[in-house]
Design a protein around this ligand. Structure first.
Ligand SMILES: [Cu+2]
Length: 243
């Protein structure tokens, strides 16, 4: 039996790598602090135990100690805040995007609109009811499959405009390094740049109602040529066609 993954996924977008690296830096710093604190603790417990005749020292009102234990955490927080701020500003920089997709959350499905191509469709859960009821055997991607996945080209900066039509949802695909709230009346801007073709799965990350667990997200990343073909096949006909 293999163990489930212990760590967050590295992902397939530059931002997901940035987030992964931030997470690892923070984890290493936390581990170092944990090791240092427990080392001092155990050393003190053993070395200065009462049976060895140790007497408690008084640190009360020691200005130097108080300055040290205030300054060190501040330095650690600043060291973490600098790379985090750089990544945050990158996340919100949607300049030079080549494609614009509007994503709308509904109770309980996702809608995708390719603003430049005029393609618009809904993406519904496609897991059969019999599997949900436990009558049939569950598929590998139980509750993580849809009838119409969002299709995107690889190696292109894609701007995503995320909103909602009813309550707050949250468009969350861990491997794309993106978790964006979908809020009615607001449009949140974000972007992805997928570097590897493949199918990436996610789900609504905001408790949004009875079927919150039944509105998965599936993103299919394909080559630029395959994307062109897909657009051709799905684009509405020019003359008088309505979407
Ligand atoms: Cu939702």
């Amino acid at each position: 039996m293999s163990l489930p993954p212990m760590n967050m996924p590295r992902g397939v977008t530059p931002i997901s790598h940035d987030i992964y690296n931030l997470h690892m830096i923070t984890l290493y710093i936390c581990c170092a602090i944990g090791v240092a604190v427990f080392a001092v603790l155990f050393y003190t417990l053993i070395k200065h135990r009462r049976s060895q005749g140790a007497k408690a020292a008084s640190f009360h009102g020691n200005t130097l100690v108080e300055i040290i234990w205030t300054t060190i955490p501040i330095l650690i927080l600043v060291a973490l805040a600098i790379p985090a701020t750089i990544v945050l500003s990158r996340i919100h920089n949607t300049d030079k995007s080549k494609l614009n997709i509007k994503i709308t959350g509904y109770q309980w499905k996702w809608g995708y609109e390719y603003l430049d191509q005029g393609i618009k469709f809904l993406s519904n859960l496609s897991t059969p009811q019999a599997q949900i009821d436990g009558v049939e055997k569950k598929d590998l991607h139980f509750l993580q499959e849809v009838d119409h996945p969002m299709v995107v080209p690889i190696n292109q900066k894609i701007r995503l405009l995320v909103t909602s039509d009813d309550v707050i949802h949250d468009w969350w695909v861990p491997e794309l390094g993106l978790k964006q709230d979908a809020i009615p009346g607001y449009i949140n801007e974000n972007w992805i740049y997928v570097t590897k073709p493949g199918t990436y799965r996610g789900q609504c990350g905001e408790l949004c109602g009875a079927q919150h667990g039944f509105m998965p997200i599936v993103v299919k990343a394909v080559t630029a040529d395959q994307f062109k073909q897909w657009v051709k096949a799905h684009q509405p006909k020019k003359q008088g066609a309505s979407v």
